[in-house]
Design a protein around this ligand. Structure first.
Ligand code: ADP
Ligand code: MG
Length: 449
């Protein structure tokens, strides 16, 4: 295809889509010479843009280009390796935009990460998650058009937050033509953002998020203490919110308890609706088990399902783990699911479930032991006894969890890591000198296990 033809295609497309989107996705493209007249190859400045176009706009480009070149059969994308700064502008009538450098974040577009299994239909409703599910449905049906913006879903590990979050994306994608949904975990966002900074490429990285209709951001507690990432997310949040785009977030804590996040972010999280998911009751656990067993064509009697549900109560991921292991055993041994088999499988899973103690658990245990309110331990109270109990809690956090000094500090009202080091040294010395301190510490640690 000739460059002039490509320019006609571009200006045709620019008339049919939003100007911002055009600037982000189409403006940086250049046509690559190739011998095959039925194939059009377009060069994008980075993988993000190439993947995004491939998923969302390939057909638009193909059908538009066909109007100008009837024998065209295919559009494909490459990532340019050369310096594009002196190539002719894609749009001669406007000044070329400075193009981001090549060699970019090597990640496919985040919407590719939506798991098709996570749907509203496969989500079992119980009293523990009813409200969260209704809110998710409302948002999925009319993204950006309800008062639930942002919608924040919070609750403990393995209770269905990610499932519900991705359900919203899957629902919107299958019901609203052309909608752009972006899913990303906060950890991935952070890692890719850091990478983009290093490669001087933050603009094209964040453009993916800015041009979403629905942004699904998982586990925002992970942003704790990550200032520049929070800063960037703050701006993305504002852009989307102002443009009436839907934002859905998940977190392991209610917004008011999120430590290490900027106040202005937390207050924005509270603009819309926060809903929690609680651990499921017995009936719901049985219903979830039944659904999973049916999906795996696994024939398990109801009394065995009840038995499993009674023994695994904390976490739905664990429940599913049991079903998966039963499936494996049953297919290896070609035997039916018996009580004996279930007991063996459960014994394994209980061993694996050795409790992971959180800093929160530690603060609570210390608070109970010394009879000092949790809030006093966390905040700036300098009273001698409070300060001592806080140091004990920091010491135990360092000793029995794998959290960094920085994270530990953040859990104690945003204190610096040097404060944590000091506390750990203080308590280490006291343990050597003073039997009663070492008894205290050992008692609290054993109460946690
Ligand atoms: P979280 O993100 O809260 O840690 P997930 O959403 O990853 O938890 O859920 C863990 C597993 O439990 C997933 O496989 C999910 O499909 C399943 N699950 C959670 N809640 C439900 C539910 N209400 N109905 C069916 N499956 C569920
Ligand atoms: Mg999750």
């Amino acid at each position: 295809m000739h460059k002039d033809l490509w320019n006609s295609v571009l200006s045709q497309i620019s008339r049919s889509i939003d100007a911002n989107r055009f600037e982000t996705w189409f403006r940086p493209l250049t046509l690559v010479d190739n011998a095959d007249p039925t194939v059009m190859i377009l060069s994008a400045p980075n993988n993000f843009i190439a993947d995004f176009l491939d998923q969302h706009y390939k057909n638009t480009i193909l059908s538009t280009a066909k109007q100008f070149k009837h024998n065209l059969k295919e559009v494909s994308f490459t990532v340019s390796e050369r310096d594009l700064s002196d190539s002719p502008p894609a749009h001669p009538e406007k000044k070329p935009q400075p193009l981001p450098p090549v060699n970019h974040v090597n990640t496919s577009h985040p919407s590719a990460q939506l798991n098709k299994r996570f749907t509203l239909d496969s989500f079992v409703i119980g009293p523990n998650n009813q409200f969260a599910r209704s809110a998710a449905l409302a948002v999925a049906e009319a993204p950006g058009k309800t008062k639930f913006n942002p919608l924040l879903i919070y609750g403990g590990v393995g209770l269905g937050k990610t499932h519900l979050l991705q359900s919203i994306g899957n629902y919107a994608l299958s019901n609203i033509p052309g909608i752009v949904v972006t899913y990303i975990s906060s950890e991935e966002f952070y890692l890719n953002f850091i990478d983009a900074i290093a490669k001087n490429n933050t603009k094209s990285f964040t453009s993916v998020f800015r041009s979403s209709d629905v942004l699904l951001m998982d586990d925002i507690q992970f942003f704790s203490g990550k200032e520049s990432t929070q800063e960037e997310f703050f701006h993305i949040f504002n852009t989307l919110h102002q443009n009436g785009k839907q934002i859905v977030l998940t977190s392991d804590l209610p917004p008011s308890s999120l430590r290490g996040l900027q106040d202005r972010l937390i207050s924005r999280f509270q603009w819309g609706l926060s809903v929690d998911i609680q651990p499921p009751d017995l009936e719901t656990r049985v219903a979830i088990l039944k659904k999973r067993a049916d999906e795996g064509n696994l024939d398990i009697s109801l009394d065995i399902l009840y038995y499993i549900a009674e023994n695994v109560s904390s976490n739905i991921r664990e429940l599913e783990g049991v079903v998966i292991r039963l499936l494996a055993y049953a297919s290896i041994t070609h035997s039916d699911i018996s009580f004996d088999l279930v007991k063996t499988v459960l014994k394994d899973s209980v061993k694996k479930e050795t409790k992971r103690v959180s800093i929160n658990d530690i603060i609570e245990a210390v608070s109970e032991y010394y009879n000092i309110p949790v809030n006093n331990i966390r905040d700036k109270n300098r009273h001698k006894e409070v300060a001592f109990s806080r140091q004990v809690a920091m010491y135990i956090s360092k000793s029995i969890t794998s959290n960094s000094l920085k994270t530990i500090g953040l859990n104690f009202g945003g204190r610096d890591h040097s404060t944590v080091i000091y506390a750990v040294q203080q308590i280490e010395q006291l343990i050597k000198k003073d039997d009663s301190v070492s008894k205290d510490v050992n008692y609290i640690i054993s109460s946690l296990k």
